[in-house]
Ligand binder design. Sequence first.
Ligand code: BGC
Length: 866
Amino acid sequence: MTIPRFSWKLVSAQQGIMQTSYSIRVGLDSKALLKGQNILWQSGKVISDQSVFVPYAGSALTSRQRYYWQVKVSDSNGNSSAWSEVKFWETGLFHHSDWSAKWIEPTLPGDSTGQPSPLLRHTFELRNTIQSARLYITSHGLYEAHLNGKRVGNQYLTPGWTSYATRLQYQTYDVTSLVNNGSNAVGVLLGDGWYRGWLSGKKNIYGKNLGLLFQLEIKYADGSTEIILSNDQWKCSTGAITRSGIYYGETYDARLEKRGWTQSGFNDSDWLPVRTRDIGKENLIAAYAPPVLKHEEFEAVKVFKTPKGETVVDFGQNLVGWITLKVKGKSGDKIIILHAEVLDKEGNFYTENLRAAEAEIQYIVKGDAEEVYEPHLTFFGFRYVKVEGYPGELKNENIMATAVYSDMAPTGNFSSSNSLLNQLQHNIQWGQKGNFIDVPTDCPQRDERLGWTGDAQVFFRTAAYNMNAATFFTKWLKDLATDQAEDGRVPPVVPNMVNKDFGASAGWADAATIIPWNMYMAFGDKRILEQQYESMKAWVNYIDKTSKTDLWNSGFHFGDWLFYKPVHDDDDRSTVTDKYLIAQCFWAHSTQLLLKSAKVLGKTEDASRYAEMLKQIKDAFQKEYLTANGRLVTGTQTAYVLALNFDMLPENLRAQAAERLVQNVKDYGNHLTTGFLGTPYLCEVLTRFGFVDVAYSLLMQETYPSWLYPVKMGATTIWERWDGIKPDSTFQTPDMNSFNHYAYGAIGDWMYRTVAGLQEVVPGYKEILIAPKPGGKLSNASAELETGYGLAKSSWEIQDGMFKLSVQIPTNTTATLVLPKAASANITEHGIDIGKLKTITSSGKDGNDLKIKVGSGSYQFEYALK
Ligand code: BGC
């Protein structure tokens, strides 16, 4: 059964407020609900401080029904709220039998990738006053639907990308305002998209035929209903889009537009019939993740000529989406637009790093009045476009760009007194925007754009600070489990369109355990662990089966991908980390997370089994990779970082191992050399073992390899490689040189968690830790995060020897604060000595730091730094 959960936020200006009880009520009619009538389900008064993910416990829900609900609460000060405003949810189609529509396919020549995009059309009469209309729709390929000349909804790249054979999303639209009592027409454009387009060297991956499933359900004011379906009455033709593809882009011949084809008066007598296909509905699922929508718009910063004489537009930001072009020309004028992230050393347009992705628009002018064009079923990663064949002079106002990405609510921000660091945060956020396009992709521009599991796990924690990525990843993790092999192997890309005989690489396949656990920590939702538990377990069991004498030392691994290797690295500290040492560390990590999950879910037998396994993994690690004196067989930063972060070493050898790590960093002149797997934990490990100053020296490092080097080189997103552009402005190899690859943006987590000091203690921020660690010559830093309970904030400032910490703790949560160097300071809160405040309790000293506990509310601490 489908069980929705309720979450709400308490707002209070007072300090120390907790919820003590709640009541929820649900009904089918909002007006009756407000009066307390016709209640379908009510929780009654429940004594509890739970205010997130409270499950519905009424009778089974039915398809296509709107449910209204309200909540009221009481708090620890004895206040009771009134009933909240009424909110609603609406169910989709729960059962396959809810679908009466038939799959239809165009009967146009050439059933394969790269053909003109089909148009499907149907007319129908409605003969009554319409009360409501819902469209349930999906496709093989991408679709764009229109009703009576208007685009349906504001979503793009629908139906999204999932493991189509098992999970194909349908979208639901409220189209009440788009249909009429009288004659109506529907027109749906289809495109190759991920379904049959050319993807990473393959085509027709999911099938050769594009298709549509369409079910429009009308409720009339008199209570009767009517349903309009995709069936053999529909017709098909082609229109202006003569070629469309995710990597290709779009060819649009405006002369071939079928004006009015989505309206009822249009003459479709020469259109072809469609064929119906008897395809099961078992794979249909309601869309789960946030839709892909248009977001920021960018005006052209400048239109200029390159040394080669190319006409290039700069939008000032490396973004993902597309351009809108205005043009007035002669019929048949052909405009070619190419996309690029960077200019080369000479300032010319550079596309070699897109590899085989054409990323091209060809627009053929119709020749009427001014034409306004934007592409349809594709997307591009670019900061610059090159425009050829534009009639007349291209001016800034003729072209703009729109960023398009999954509509996740922005939840977090980090800022500081250092503008380079702020630009880094900006770049991390734009790396996320550009690569969260229904699936978490490695990069958005070249012939890849795939859901690489390693990249996603590396970046997850940072992503969960920046935006509410919960449903986005819930959907993707289901695809991960779906595409997992029977023996438990997890593919390197999800959805897996590569092949079935993939090797499961350490650090990539571990997305199966790392992301669910980190999701649980970030959002506090146990259900994600329940949902993924079997997948997590299958993955760990697979490694166990593959291992010999408790060592995972076989198979293919990507290793510490794209680590930095100096040209002259004659010193044996070196930068290349043994891949099986890495594998052993990740096996331990995955087992640890599975063990923790088993405990959360009350699976005690599993918990003891995996505790035993974990011990054996670590013992084997120590025998194989560690000398008696504590030296690892690979002396790289990544080796020490992973061994320390995953507790692979006996406790008595950890401190010296951390010193070896520090020495290595210093040997490289305070530079990191880590790749995808070592980088996310580097500063965290240094901090944990008392070397926060070394962590800061890495964060603030401006020469490469470092996070700020690309910033100094003008980056507006995170680069795939530490030295994507060298100091002499030449490029790294075009084979692997994306300028929008979020993996190294994983440092964002440390910036929120440690620099500003805002992190969760109890999953979902029910208990918060505020423990800023000033350093790096910063005079202030601040992080805020919209949690499930409300806004949490940690903001510190050092001014004239005074330390000021401003904190916001959401209602219905508590926090521990660790005030740096405050152990013997006189501390005030809003000017009052904290010893006099009942809302603040001290919980002891931690070295030089003072630990206190507070309840919800705003606090301003101040003390002199000694
Ligand atoms: C992708 C990566 C990915 C890697 C696997 C690359 O082509 O862009 O980010 O994780 O392959 O090693």
